[in-house]
Design a protein around this ligand. Structure first.
Ligand code: HEC
Ligand code: HEC
Length: 349
């Protein structure tokens, strides 16, 4: 066992006070444990890394999020693969990018991503600004270059104005770093409060029915919450996919070794970030390979692969029912009106 995640598991189990197999009662004790281990979705952050999230940055970021001219083809935007109308994801096994190429992984939701400790299935980007530079340049995604993106935006006077307003202290505000910062500012607004689970831990016992509460109890007692914790139910720490038993190659493709590609450390082979589970009912198909469509099946796979526990069908169904209570209010995002290209705007390729 690798010590880092073993320690993580022990801490998780300790926090539950069920390391010795103690069984949680229903009612207040379950609710208090859930409130401590997970917590409600916080308000959108008002600053990131000490810099205020201003309305001008959010507004520019919203335009850029829907801006297909960030892609070389002028047809792919962030919203193509992270549609704000479909849970912040694309609902296909692996994303389709430039020239209909299939990428290697399923697209995670952008909703509540600001609460993750690091971005991507393998956590290779520290924050949303660092993350946003990736897809623009990835050949299987938007296949563009920072220079071409800046040339495009600088050729459109309305964008130049927007960058000036969003970055008033910069001498040369239309830059690739600022594209990323604006996208990050917009993404901080994509949070989904008000899930039934959040109402339940706030004291509304009736917000979950008996099956859902049983699912929560199973989620906590069987150890799912040791890895999937915090307000996002995950997104904080890394674990092998297959702690106890590696799933088959159709679900865990052999050529994607996860965090190993980031750290080059043998113990990080097939290690991935514990997936955040907020709004999980909206983001099928599941796992980084996107090969499992059914939430009950995903839960059962987790039972055997991560916990060495064959969940009965009724148990997996109760846990899945509980996970569906993590669906919050989808942010209402108005589709922006985008300014027209000019003669100086690079043409689509
Ligand atoms: C072609 C589809 C595609 C496009 C276009 C795309 N993404 Fe993604 N996005 C993905 C995939 C796939 C991943 C996961 C990749 C990985 O983990 O290696 C991802 C990961 C992310 C994540 C990490 C979420 C998490 O929980 O770790 C964020 C945030 C994100 N994208 C935002 C954006 C933004 C902003 C843009 C536009 C600049 C964008 N994406 C464009 C497919 C896409
Ligand atoms: C040892 C840590 C660990 C434990 C215990 C664990 N998980 Fe996971 N879970 C993960 C990791 C890591 C992933 C990402 C797997 C991948 O690479 O696709 C994941 C992914 C998932 C997904 C897929 C989410 C998505 O968006 O694709 C679901 C659903 C899930 N877990 C539910 C559960 C449930 C329910 C339990 C308890 C029965 C559980 N997990 C136990 C670490 C864990």
């Amino acid at each position: 066992m690798d010590m880092r995640w073993k320690a993580g598991l022990a801490i998780g189990a300790g926090a539950l006070l069920c390391a010795g197999g103690a069984v949680l009662a229903q009612g207040d004790e379950l609710r208090q444990t859930a409130a401590a281990l997970f917590g409600a979705i916080p308000d959108p952050p008002t600053e990131v890394r000490g810099v205020a999230v201003t309305p001008e940055r959010v507004e520019l970021g919203r335009m850029l999020f829907f801006e297909p001219r960030l892609s070389r083809s002028h047809v792919i935007s962030c919203n193509t693969c992270h549609s704000v109308g479909t849970g912040g994801a694309d609902n296909v096994p692996v994303s389709i990018g430039h020239g209909w190429q299939r990428g290697p992984r399923n697209s995670p939701t952008v909703f509540n991503a600001v609460f993750n400790a690091a971005q991507f299935w393998d956590g290779r980007a520290a924050d949303l600004a660092e993350q946003a530079k990736g897809p623009v340049q990835a050949s299987v995604e938007m296949n563009n270059t920072p220079e071409r993106v800046v040339e495009t935006l600088a050729s459109i006077p309305q964008y130049v104005e927007r960058f000036r307003a969003a970055f008033p202290d910069d001498a040369d505000p239309v830059g690739f770093d600022n594209v990323a910062l604006a996208l990050e500012a917009f993404e901080t607004t994509l949070v989904t409060p008000g899930a039934r689970f959040d109402r339940y831990i706030a004291g509304d016992e009736g917000a979950l029915d008996a099956t859902e509460r049983e699912g929560l109890r199973l989620f906590v007692e069987s150890g799912c919450g040791s890895c999937h914790n915090g307000p996002n139910f995950g997104g904080r720490t890394y674990f092998p996919f297959g702690v106890i038993e590696r799933p088959g190659a159709e679900i865990l493709p052999e050529d994607d070794k996860g965090r190993f590609a980031v750290t080059q450390t043998a113990s990080d082979e097939y290690v991935f970030r514990a997936a955040p589970l907020r709004n999980v009912e909206l983001t099928a198909p599941y796992f980084h390979s996107g090969q499992v469509w059914d939430l009950e099946q995903a839960v059962a796979i987790m039972g055997s692969s991560q916990l060495g526990r064959e969940l009965a069908d009724a148990e997996a169904a109760a846990i899945a029912a509980f996970l569906r209570t993590l669906t919050g209010r989808t942010p209402e995002v108005a589709y922006p009106v985008l300014p027209p290209s000019t003669a100086a705007t690079p043409r689509p390729e």
